[in-house]
Design a protein around this ligand. Sequence first.
Ligand SMILES: NC(=O)c1ccc[n+]([C@@H]2O[C@H](COP(=O)([O-])OP(=O)(O)OC[C@H]3O[C@@H](n4cnc5c(N)ncnc54)[C@H](O)[C@@H]3O)[C@@H](O)[C@H]2O)c1
Length: 442
Amino acid sequence: MDKRDFLKKAALMTSATILPSATWAFSSADKLRTAHIGVGGMGMEDLKSISAHSAVEVTALCDVDANNLAAAQKMFPKARVYTDYRVLLKEMNDAIDAVVVSTPDHTHAPASMMAMEMNKAVYCQKPLTHHVSEARAMNQMAKDRNLTTQMGIQVHSFYDYKLGTALIQSGIIGKVKTVRAWSPKNWGTDGPQPMGSDPVPSTLDWNLWLGTSADRPFKEGVYHPGNWRKLLDHGCGTLGDMGVHIFDTPYNALALDVPFTIKNKCRKPTGFGFPENNIVTYRFPETEYTTKKFKWVWYDGPGAPKNHKDLRLPNKEELPDQGAMFIGEKGSLLLPHFMQLPKLIVKGKYVDIDLSKFSDVGSPTKDYGKESNKHYHQFVDACLGKDECSAPFSYAARLTETILLGVIAGRFPNKTLHWNNETSKFDEEEANQFLEGDYRDF
Ligand SMILES: NC(=O)c1ccc[n+]([C@@H]2O[C@H](COP(=O)([O-])OP(=O)(O)OC[C@H]3O[C@@H](n4cnc5c(N)ncnc54)[C@H](O)[C@@H]3O)[C@@H](O)[C@H]2O)c1
């Protein structure tokens, strides 16, 4: 089934009145009624952070895992509970204003698109989508309906990252020639495909977990919870996972659009999981903050990053576990991931940064609790007309597309792929098949 059929069917199923956004309004001007799809793992963090806003009324909860649903229900006993997000949207259409999608990646677009079809504001976890075509469709839908949207990259609203953006845009290191970013996390799998099947736990609705993805037998410890991110059909590997956070500040600060070439140095495809180690090189069109030949290099997996002269720190210090290094014409800026201030390096030495010049982005803080709610509450306030989202789908879709192009390049190890932003196709025809996926009827 393609996306259009899926939405047509969803619309029939919900039989909802689709209001043009101009006539759509929240039931009450000062309360935001939320529905949460996926409330285990990060979904629980999303639920806690969104509901910490005094204007939020948690109205509906949905999870395919009965244990996770029960834990969330305990916190919000008045909320209606569901295992199927399609039924939730159908039954609760008039009782919800905003939907939070915190499922595995393959369900982001199907659930978010259905909610947006019903004119709901959407907070969707990162990466925005599993496929490039979905990212473009979500961006278009949000634009056409003028919906309030935010991608779940909460560090986007943290002080250290906003400072990083302000520093780069102030020209503190001149125009940026290269960004090298890394995460040693291992959201890949180089081993053989697990064979056989295990009984589905009585607390899990496996058909609904699979959703629009291909049917397959359940296997303990391979998919749910969390390990789906290692697998082609459900996640996006370490690049799609950590890359969205770590590349967000460079992407934003350098005002990048989508790249024109992408090359991934990794092992041969197995058709099942993502490579455990990837070195991905992107080239982008020049912007006002970059040199002409700007490139971004991403290193992931055990042992990442590879030793490189650009990554040597003063006093032979060790690199932070994860982060990004901007290499400019006048120096370098290190942005550790996360809760650490950026560090300026000039001619092999650290140089103090006068933070008072950048006071409009806030002041240094180590209070994670306070920082972590900002991004969520910005979304809530934006829904209530009191703020603007800083990572709406118009931004998130381009960032996600960029990341996913590198993920696709992992299917063609060491080959340079050429991306055409106008046609949204690769010049290499064989790569275009990975831009979208089939939706299973479930
Ligand atoms: N922003 C961040 O810092 C951050 C951190 C971790 C994860 N994430 C993102 O959050 C999402 C979830 O990741 P996770 O680590 O929590 O995964 P997880 O597997 O631990 O949890 C997913 C939850 O969604 C539920 N679920 C699965 N399919 C569902 C469906 N069709 N309908 C309703 N519920 C469903 C699962 O039962 C589970 O409770 C991913 O997109 C991931 O990239 C973001």
